[in-house]
Design a protein around this ligand. Structure first.
Ligand code: ASP
Length: 320
């Protein structure tokens, strides 16, 4: 059962907690498919976004999720705020809280920033991605998408390919996939792996061609050029040659294997344009499921609690 904050996958309560959220997500997928995809579950609650790093999917997804739950939203744009005048993270967080919010979704370039904020304010804090560290709601939507297409995450073989070193998605996914009983193999050149993998419940390979025929899911990571301060690769072309999912490589996959990517994609680098558009690429399903998963997370953090799950019909809202 989820507590007051969602800072990392460890806050989800292991396999049981993750499965509870995935089950609740089923209900919010159903809500999202209604003619009026809205329930008054969080009416009167206010959720703020504090995004210090760029985001398309995560911010819009949380915003849509909040609106579908009838919460009020407050968008704090760092680029046009007092942060530009040098306001500290603590002062900014306390200021937003003073306006009366129930939750704040934080994205920051520094690992641990949402954890610091959670120590300063009373509202719930949700990590929307902190540096190379974690991105827990991405992991949940990835688990949900695998379960939707393959029935279960348990027992599945999943290859996570690419820039593991700089990827908060890889870190959160490894913990969530393995908590649910999947077997994870990291596939990357040694320079794009973390310096130590001690304690990571994973296998490692440098040979994508050998791994592809053995997996149920190939999960490609974006080459995070903005985080690479040193020369880790001879060239991007060389990377694509060895680790890019080209049509030739995709043909090595089993017929029911999925291709996933957290977005934004670098078409032609880690994934070829043709492979990105194959029916087995479920990248847009990941985006779609992200809204319902975030509705479930917001509901569990701010709503009545898992023991009192009531999902009012859309008509009730129009009467309200
Ligand atoms: N959108 C994901 C993130 O914010 C993945 C990426 O940017 O590559 O971590």
């Amino acid at each position: 059962m989820i507590g007051r904050h969602l800072l990392g996958v460890a806050d989800l309560g292991g396999r049981e907690g993750i499965e509870e959220i995935l089950r609740l997500t089923d209900s919010f997928v159903e809500v999202s498919e209604r003619a009026i995809p809205r329930v008054p579950a969080l009416r009167g609650k206010t959720i703020a976004w504090l995004f210090y790093e760029d985001s398309t999917r995560t911010r819009l997804s949380f915003e849509t999720a909040a609106k579908r739950l009838t919460a009020d939203t407050m968008n704090f744009s760092v680029s046009s705020s007092s942060v530009k005048k040098g306001e500290s993270l603590r002062d900014t967080a306390k200021t937003i809280e003073a306006m009366g919010i129930d939750a704040i979704v934080v994205r920051h370039a520094s690992a641990g920033a949402p954890h610091r904020i959670a120590g300063w304010i009373d509202a719930s804090v949700i990590n929307g991605g902190d540096g190379w560290h974690e991105h827990p709601t991405q992991a949940l939507l990835d688990c949900y998408t695998i379960r939707q297409h393959l029935g279960d995450v348990a027992g599945k073989r999943i290859a996570i390919v690419g820039d593991i070193k700089h990827s908060r998605v890889a870190r959160s996914d490894v913990w969530a996939f393995t908590a649910l009983g999947a077997e994870v193999t990291l596939v990357a050149p040694p320079t794009l792996l973390p310096p130590s993998l001690e304690g990571w419940p994973v296998k490692v390979s440098h040979d994508l061609d050998a791994v592809l025929p053995t997996v149920d899911v190939v999960y490609l990571l974006r080459m995070q050029r903005e985080r690479m301060t040193e020369a880790l690769l001879p060239s991007l072309r060389e990377y694509t040659h060895t680790y890019g999912l080209t049509p030739r490589r995709a043909a090595l996959l089993r017929s029911d294997a999925l291709v996933m990517h957290p977005g934004p994609m670098n078409r032609g680098v880690e994934i070829s344009a043709a492979v990105a558009d194959l029916p087995r690429s479920v990248i847009l399903d990941q985006v779609r499921n992200g809204v319902a998963v975030r509705m479930a997370v917001l509901y569990l953090l701010l709503g009545a609690g898992a023991d009192r799950i009531i999902l009012p019909e859309a008509e009730e809202l129009s009467r309200a």
